[in-house]
Write a protein that binds this ligand. Structure first.
Ligand code: ADP
Ligand code: MG
Length: 655
């Protein structure tokens, strides 16, 4: 009994896009289907380690291509794990399972088709790429150990039909009913040329070329029956020269079928690495960095790691896809093994093949093997030193990498505080005076004479930070300040505490010492007396909002700003913790007044004449709100602030 079902809404949309917009990448459907077949064989081989009966005597793993130029079809079959009825519905009726919502969201905002091939590339569409060349796709599959098989058909038009069949052979067979070259659909006008010029996917030479190009590294043989015309041979194996040539069929293996990572790095070409990366990452873009190494000695294993070009869309979601593939003696064991790689490198794709882990184990016990943390540590170090090397050798490339992944790498200060010095060497920052990225060492190098601290300001946006009143004195004295706009920066400065013997100090916290040419104690004390009545009055008025009101030595242009206690939490950290739903202890900051500012001077005189003046109450609130606004913080009552400004302006223009 067969059943007709609808694809999910975004699957349908994606299918449309595939069929219409990515002609340039057409050949890759071969890679996608072979890639899936290889994964399926990996899985059954792994299951058979503990349950050999699953193989039903067929352990001669193969992926087979059968072109048929009479029916104009191309068939892929494998003796892998196969799929159950429910699995076909779950896996073949759904797209980009891990990120389908984000995917749909991006499709909506992508606007037009210009950016779509790239967009599709970011998600990897796997199985569906078949519809780029097929008008109908048919699939038969039987799950290893199951007593029934499943037949699935779709024309890629939004629905598919599925039915259970009695039995069949283990594994999956997929037949593509190829689009007719001479009958492009009407809406394909612009692409008619391409369709005419396209090679035929039933041509064995074409298929050989594509498999060699995209799937050579697949560890199982990819075979195809090809025809040979030969003269018959005599008893000694020599051709009989005057005999007629006869046709015979031979099964040819199209790929090298040797696990790529077992080869010596020097013997692997860039193209081979690229295709292998695409196979294991499901990314359609090329990797940005490739690291391939064999570890020998006490532990023996091979690592093949890739940095993607672009950060995946789910990098900062709660459950990102992460982890490496684990192989043991070339047998695939598990994917997404997150125990193999430090969390702050979770965007790295790749695999580990170990000779030392026990083969007959479940995924769970492997994860807890004592070797695994050692491998993880080694990988963390490799990646750090690769970053450092790249930073030194190819700065532009490293900056690009940092822009994609810096935010993630900085989490290392949290996950692995012991690595903080190594991390500090590869961190890039923006600052008040440099135009592009700087390393911490470069900023330290540019310190002013007499400067004993490295100053930073954390906050939400670089533009807001640039104009923050807390930075005024630094600008005046020409002292460079690190601008740290990301939440994770708080963790970084907390973990580092100093760099190159310079204490890391917040520009918005505590008293400013460590700056060149500061005021003397006597000068300060004198000022404090003349402003006494004002600061005392304001302290009382704002007592429930700030811990103290005092004179500032960091302001030149603004009237006021808020700073934290030396040991207090910065405004940014406070808001970050609140956003994470963490309880934040009620903490008050210090309101600082600029003793040179005409407004503050006028208020000083007002307080001196009559410290009970009623207007001071209003002004106190307005000063507080100004200080909050300047750091991009929300006001408790913005409407009230606007009213106060309006009446102050009205008074000033004489109404
Ligand atoms: P991906 O490979 O990224 O998971 P695909 O669209 O290529 O996405 O395939 C979707 C899923 O369909 C696979 O994860 C797998 O579960 C299943 N699948 C596809 N092809 C096969 C196959 N030949 N044998 C078994 N399962 C398959
Ligand atoms: Mg796939």
């Amino acid at each position: 009994m067969s059943e007709t079902r609808q694809f999910q809404a975004y699957t349908k949309k994606l299918l449309d896009l595939m069929i219409h917009s990515i002609y340039a990448h057409k050949d890759v459907f071969v890679r996608e289907l072979i890639s899936n077949a290889s994964d399926a064989i990996d899985k059954v081989r792994f299951e058979a380690l503990t349950n050999p009966e699953l193989l039903e005597g067929d352990g001669d793993f193969k992926i087979r291509l059968v072109p048929n130029d009479i029916d104009h079809t191309l068939t892929f079959s494998d003796n892998g794990i196969g799929m159950s009825y429910d699995e076909v519905i779950e896996h073949i009726g759904t797209i980009a399972r891990s990120g389908s919502e984000q995917f749909a969201e991006r499709l909506k905002t992508a606007g037009g088709e210009a950016g779509t091939p790239d967009l599709i590339g970011q998600f990897g569409v796997g199985f569906y790429s078949a519809f780029m060349v097929a008008k109908k796709v048919e699939l038969w599959t039987r799950k290893a150990g199951s007593d029934h098989s499943v037949h699935w058909v779709s024309q890629g038009d939004g629905e598919y039909t599925i039915e259970k069949l009695e039995s069949g052979r283990r594994g999956t067979t997929i037949t593509l009913h190829l689009r007719d070259k001479d009958a492009p659909r009407e809406d394909d006008e612009e692409d008619v040329d391409e369709i005419y010029n396209q090679e035929s996917y039933t041509d064995t030479w074409t298929l050989k070329r594509i498999v060699k190009k995209y799937s050579d590294f697949i560890a199982f043989p990819v075979v195809m029956d090809t025809k040979k015309w030969e003269k018959p041979k005599d008893a000694e194996g020599n051709e009989i020269a005057d005999a007629e040539t006869v046709e015979s069929t031979v099964q040819e293996t199209l790929n090298t079928s040797k696990a790529l990572w077992t080869r010596q790095p020097a013997s692997v070409t860039k193209e081979e690495y690229i295709e292998f990366y695409k196979h294991i990452s499901r990314d359609w873009q090329e990797p940005a960095e490739t690291l391939h190494f064999h570890v020998e000695g006490a532990q023996e294993w091979t690592g093949l790691l890739f940095f993607p070009e672009k950060a995946p869309f789910d990098l900062f979601s709660r459950e990102p896809r992460r982890g490496l593939q684990l192989y043991i003696k070339r047998v695939f064991i598990a994917e997404d093994v997150k125990e193999l790689i430090p969390d702050h490198f979770r965007f790295v794709k790749g695999l580990v093949d170990s000779a030392d882990l026990p083969l007959n184990v479940s995924r769970e016990t492997v994860q807890h093997d004592r070797l695994v943390p050692l491998i993880k540590k080694r990988i963390g170090n490799k990646l750090l030193s690769h970053c450092k090397e790249l930073l030194e050798k190819d700065r532009p490339r490293y900056e690009k990498l940092w822009e994609e992944f810096g935010m993630c790498i900085k989490e290392g200060f949290h996950y692995e505080p012991a690595q903080k010095d190594k991390l500090a060497e590869i961190v890039l920052v923006k600052t008040t005076t440099a135009s592009g990225w700087s390393t911490l060492a470069e900023v330290a190098e540019r310190k002013k004479e007499g400067q004993t601290a490295l100053y930073y300001l954390t906050g939400d946006k670089i533009e807001v930070l640039q104009g923050a009143p807390q930075l005024e004195v630094f600008k005046k004295k020409g002292v460079e300040v690190l601008l740290l706009p990301e939440a994770v920066d708080e963790i970084m400065v907390g973990a580092l505490s100093s760099f190159d013997e310079l204490e890391l100090k917040s520009a918005a916290r505590g008293e400013l010492d460590g700056l060149p040419e500061s005021e003397t104690k006597e000068e300060k004390a004198e000022k404090n007396t003349t402003f006494g009545p004002l600061t005392e009055r304001l302290s009382k008025l704002l007592g429930d909002q700030v811990s103290q009101v005092r004179l500032s030595d960091r302001l030149t242009d603004s009237a006021v700003c808020l700073v934290a206690d030396q040991d207090g939490m910065s405004g940014q950290l406070e808001r970050m913790l609140q956003a994470m739903g963490q309880p934040v202890p009620q903490q008050k900051r210090i309101l600082e007044l600029n003793p040179e500012h005409s407004l503050v001077l006028a208020l000083r005189d007002l307080a001196e004449r009559d410290s009970g003046d009623e207007r001071l109450g209003e002004y106190a609130e307005m000063l507080m709100d100004q200080a909050l606004l300047a750091e991009g913080a929300p006001l408790k009552n913005p409407a009230r602030f606007a009213q106060r400004v309006a009446s102050a302006m009205a008074a000033a223009v004489g109404h």
